[in-house]
Design a protein around this ligand. Structure first.
Ligand code: ZN
Length: 307
């Protein structure tokens, strides 16, 4: 099977704990991915709520540099891709792929010019907020959450110009609709489940999901138990997938497991166990849909939209 995952915090964990990518005791390590015919992973630089201003930008630079160094030195590392052609070439050559993202637009330090800097550093997706507020707007766990700030809207417009993918996971509901009104093209929710199945502020309403479908975006299923519900087991994840499929999400649903950013259930202990979910999806939805969810939807999206 091929596996494309929209979100993990492994690069940040490796930086903070001084670990490598190959064999590190984390949920994502290169030694676990050899079993997949192909593996593509979005690696996020996560910006803590405590980091703001230039300190946040410098933290991004440090984690990104550390990660890129490890991609070159650690055995079996994926190839860092910056556009759709890079992805197509790596896939055709049988190589694993990495994309770099930011989780928390606070990384820009409130400066629009830093968007160009992170783009040059290879960032191709950005989650606008984490759970709390930042210069761009309010996350979904901000009390009385408002939407995007004026700066946040400027950033979204500029991301549209650059071709950097806007990620609305963690964003407040009002912020979501601000993105929808500000941006012309598709956007994604890299690691969010369905609110109709599990009523959690981090999950998407049916209207939000339909809007992402309408635009040709992506939604990555998150393994974290409080979002998935029912202990985050495989049957609970299938319920979210099934609901999204009923809303017309055959070409929208993907996986954003949130490895190394969440606690896992007993069934899936790390990236090497994702074949269990894949097999369960093949059984429930058929191989074609399981392949779309696990790889094809995300691969098609990024090869089309990253230029
Ligand atoms: Zn997250």
């Amino acid at each position: 099977m091929k596996y494309f995952d929209l979100h993990c915090d492994t690069a940040t964990e490796c930086y903070q704990k001084g670990l490598g990518l190959s064999s590190n005791g984390l949920s994502v390590s290169l030694e676990q991915t050899g079993k997949y015919d192909r593996w593509a992973q979005v690696f996020a630089v996560w910006i803590s709520g405590k980091l703001r201003g230039e300190a946040a930008f410098h933290y991004f630079q440090a984690v990104a540099a550390d990660f890129k160094q490890k991609l070159l030195t650690d055995t079996g590392g994926p190839v860092l891709c910056r556009n759709g052609n890079d992805l197509k070439q790596a896939d055709a050559a049988g190589k694993n792929m990495a994309l770099l993202s930011i989780e928390g637009g606070a990384a820009l330090g409130g400066e629009l010019s830093h968007l160009g800097d992170v783009w040059k550093a290879g960032v191709r997706l950005m989650t606008l907020t984490w759970n709390g507020p930042n210069e761009l707007g309010n996350g979904c766990m901000t009390p009385g959450a408002d939407g995007l700030s004026r700066f946040g809207k400027e950033v979204v417009r500029e991301m549209g110009e650059l071709g950097m993918v806007v990620d609305v996971s963690h964003l407040s509901e009002k912020g979501f609709w601000d993105v929808a009104h500000t941006l012309q093209g598709p956007f994604v929710a890299t690691h969010s489940d369905s609110k109709a199945i599990e009523n959690h502020p981090r999950n998407l309403t049916d209207d939000q999901f339909r809007e992402i479908v309408r635009r040709g975006g992506l939604v990555g299923l998150n393994l974290f138990a409080p979002f998935a519900g029912s202990g985050g087991t495989i049957p609970s994840l299938l319920k979210h997938a099934e609901h999204f499929l009923h809303l017309g999400g055959e070409k929208t649903v993907a996986i954003g497991a949130d490895f190394d950013g969440c606690t896992l259930s007993a069934e899936i202990r790390g990236i090497g166990d994702m074949g269990l979910l894949y097999n369960a999806m093949c059984g429930r939805f058929g191989k074609e849909i399981a392949d779309d969810i696990f790889y094809n939807n995300a691969f098609r999206f990024f090869t089309k939209h990253l230029n």
